[in-house]
Design a protein around this ligand. Structure first.
Ligand code: HMG
Ligand code: MG
Length: 297
């Protein structure tokens, strides 16, 4: 296999949003700048959500303004509503991500809206983005299970992904928010969505709570996906998803992809250095097995 896989680095957003201790804006900026220097082409920078809901990212505007925008690198940000869109645009954001879920129970806790209400909320955001030339990515959470509702019917995942795509999202990221899926289930979910949304417009987003993320990822690569979300050092978790833990570590994904002959464009040494730097900053061991195995550089 020699084709390319694009990794969407979500560490500065998903990785940090659940951190209890506030990380200073300057450190967030340094993290993003270090990540963009590793060859990553998409670095999700922050969220323009309610600071009362996610205090850690209350400094979204300061962080976005402070990053050294590297040519060719995209810096999407999460936007939940028009208020978030306006805050993001005020600092020049040119790519956003809207987010909803396939489970009603999770959505109510995460964004205080039903699935239908969330889609209605996104409609004016997406219309404004299109008029402004702003790219829109879409997330569907709880695609392999919900911490509140349990099983999530495949038909709901397909319906929500299809709706976001029809509304104008150029890419739909399918999130296993609580890392509960297993490989054949993950691939079956992806294939079902790909019957309604082109595979080229799909991404996968695995949390590693049950240690299944790399296996799920491999099954989805076999099924044809070529865009993968990951967080440096395996950071991450959603404050409104009980039991959610870190994302699959970007270092581990890059190592696996490179070992399989995929082109990722990533300098693994620089990425591992960044992972080590971040885990020192957060005061705990890295969640990346690759970075651990490679020891101190
Ligand atoms: P709400 O309380 O229903 O909102 O929250 P509201 O419109 O009633 O407003 C309430 C207050 O929030 C008002 O302030 C608004 O001004 C303010 P007050 O008048 O009371 O002082 N407000 C805002 N302030 C700044 N920016 C905004 C904004 N919007 C309202 N954009 C809302 C609804 C959606 C805002 C809230 O639920 C929210 O922000 N939720 C975000 C939760 C979140 O960020 N979760 C994590 C990201 S999703 C995730 O991690 C999953 C993913 O990784 C994929 C996966 O793993 O599955 C993507
Ligand atoms: Mg996530």
């Amino acid at each position: 296999m020699t084709d390319a896989v694009r990794i969407v680095e979500v560490g500065p957003r998903d990785g940090l949003q659940n951190e209890k201790t506030l990380v200073p804006a300057a450190a967030k900026i340094e993290l993003i700048d270090r990540l963009s220097a590793t060859g990553l082409r998409s670095v999700e920078a922050t969220s323009f959500v309610s600071p009362r809901w996610v205090p850690q990212l209350a400094d979204a505007a300061e962080v976005y303004v402070g990053i050294a925008k590297r040519p060719g690198v995209r810096y999407p940000v999460l936007v939940p509503n028009e208020q978030g869109y306006e805050r993001a645009r005020a600092v020049g954001v040119d790519e956003i991500a809207v987010f909803t879920a396939a489970s009603e129970a999770f959505n109510l806790r995460n964004i205080n809206a039903s699935i239908e209400a969330s889609l209605q909320r996104f409609a004016p955001v997406i219309a404004r983005a299109q008029a402004d030339g702003v790219a829109v990515r879409g997330y569907v959470s709880t695609v392999l299970g919900c911490p509140y509702q349990g099983d999530v019917p495949l038909a709901d995942v397909v319906r929500v992904a299809k709706a976001l795509h029809a509304m104008g999202c150029y890419e739909i990221s399918l999130g296993d928010t609580i890392g509960i899926g297993t490989p054949s289930k993950a691939a079956a979910m992806l294939r079902a969505v790909a019957e309604e949304v082109p595979m080229a417009a799909l991404a996968v987003h695995f949390h590693d709570t049950y240690g299944q993320a790399l296996a799920n990822l491999l099954a989805c690569l076999d099924a044809g996906v070529r865009v993968v979300d990951a967080a440096v050092s395996g950071t991450g978790g959603c404050p409104y998803a009980k039991g959610a833990s870190g994302n699959v570590a970007t270092e581990d994904v890059a190592y696996m992809l490179q070992g399989m002959g995929f082109d990722t464009g990533i300098d693994l040494d620089a990425l591992s250095d960044t992972g080590r730097w971040l885990s020192r900053l957060l005061g705990r061991e890295t969640g990346s097995k690759v970075t651990r195995a490679r020891g101190d550089a």
